[in-house]
Design a protein around this ligand. Structure first.
Ligand code: GLA
Length: 381
């Protein structure tokens, strides 16, 4: 990819670029907890986005996307990011950096990547983090990684209309080889935990569906959590988010919330606990318990939080029924994308065969299999 991107850059702009890379992410467990300042357990993968960049001495930025085979240019003094266009991520990051006082000047940029589209590996966060890393590197801004993460999140809020949490850009920026990040989304700090899976491997199954209401449903779930917090504060004045509640308080919570909100609050509260339990199980090498927590997370996301879909339920349930699979659950925002599966390495082929044929039969769709390799976070190459 690096060679290809450099070549493309040279053919378009007749000079050699500085290249930044930012990876996609998986999440072991801890879904829909980040925007409630809870805990998540993501890791960076080897697939990602490459961004080549060079100064052009103009006030214009000229962009080329290798995936879309498209060009785009914009004036730095008239940035107007529009939802739904790939260049919006570049304009969004530029706008936010400029607002923070960084003097971004004209540049040429080529963007390429190898994250399967719609897989739920968070290609948009990787794109924003790669762009931020590239611009910071080119103009020697030395922007702290955490600020690049915050710009990436804000850009998604403002210009893509998704009120996402911090997990995706954080994992892309801070990932470490062979480690998952036990991330506290209140303090925005993390602890690295080694992912030693012994005879097992992590395999993603891309359902190849993304339901059209995914973004609006995501925002609605977030609002439902915020609404629950407002109601609960009457009885629990010290809480700021659902993260502040414990499993032992669920009974009380149930009495206070309407039946439409309680299951959603319950998901967030119990999921935060599962993250800690899963990190503990991973550290002691108790993969069976770890797998059971993945299954419980799926159940909670599907039944209580209602962010799964028939395709994801099918994939998770089918995988869970196989004796050489320790755990399976939907991963990411939901309504499509991937499941994450803990599969015995010696049975990976068998796993693919069974899932492939049963999914095709049930949904007339061919799933995609992605073997996970946990790798380094964003960097200049
Ligand atoms: C998406 C969002 C994240 C997080 C997950 C669900 O990936 O971008 O912030 O909320 O969904 O865990």
């Amino acid at each position: 990819m690096l060679t290809q991107l450099t070549k493309t850059f040279q053919s378009y702009f007749a000079t050699t670029p500085l290249v930044a890379f930012a990876p996609g992410r998986i999440n072991l467990i801890g879904e829909h907890t980040d925007y409630q300042e809870g805990f998540v357990f993501p890791a960076a993968v080897s697939q990602g986005i490459w961004v080549g960049i060079q100064k052009n001495g103009l006030t214009v930025c000229r962009l080329h996307s290798m995936d879309f085979e498209q060009e785009f240019s914009f004036e730095l003094d008239f940035i107007s990011p529009k939802n739904g266009h790939w260049a919006t991520y570049v304009m969004g990051m530029c706008a936010l950096m400029k607002q923070s006082g960084y003097e971004v000047n004209g540049f040429d940029m080529v963007i390429g990547g190898n994250i399967p589209v719609g897989s739920g590996l968070s290609s948009s966060a990787a794109l924003s983090v790669a762009i931020g890393t590239a611009i910071s590197g080119l103009f020697e801004f030395q922007i702290p990684k955490k600020n690049i993460v915050l710009y990436a999140q804000k850009s998604e809020h403002l210009y893509a209309g998704v009120k996402c949490g911090i997990m995706d850009p954080y994992a892309s920026a801070f990932g470490a080889k062979g480690k998952a990040l036990l991330l506290d989304c209140r303090s925005n700090t993390h602890q690295e935990i080694s992912v030693n899976l012994g005879e097992y491997s992590l395999m993603l199954v891309n359902s190849k569906v993304k339901h059209s209401l995914a973004d609006s449903a995501y925002n609605k779930r977030r609002e439902a959590c915020e609404e629950s917090v407002r109601i609960l504060q009457a009885e629990f004045p010290q809480i700021h988010t659902l993260r502040d509640l414990k499993n032992s308080e669920l009974e009380k919570v149930e009495k206070l919330l309407p039946p439409t909100l309680f299951p959603k609050a319950k998901h967030v509260i119990t999921e935060c606990n599962r993250v800690h339990d899963a990190a503990g199980a991973l550290q002691t090498g108790d993969l069976k318990s770890f797998g059971k927590l993945l299954n419980a997370s799926h159940q909670s996301l599907s039944i209580d939080f209602e962010v799964s879909c028939p395709e994801l339920d099918f994939l998770a349930e089918k995988a869970q029924s196989l004796e050489f699979v320790l755990g399976s659950r939907m991963m990411g925002g939901g309504f499509g994308g991937c499941t994450i599966n803990l599969v015995k390495t010696s049975e990976l082929e068998q796993f693919q065969f069974i899932i492939n044929s049963s999914y095709q039969q049930a949904f007339q769709k061919t799933p995609e299999f992605i073997l996970v390799e946990i790798d380094e976070g964003a960097r200049i190459l």
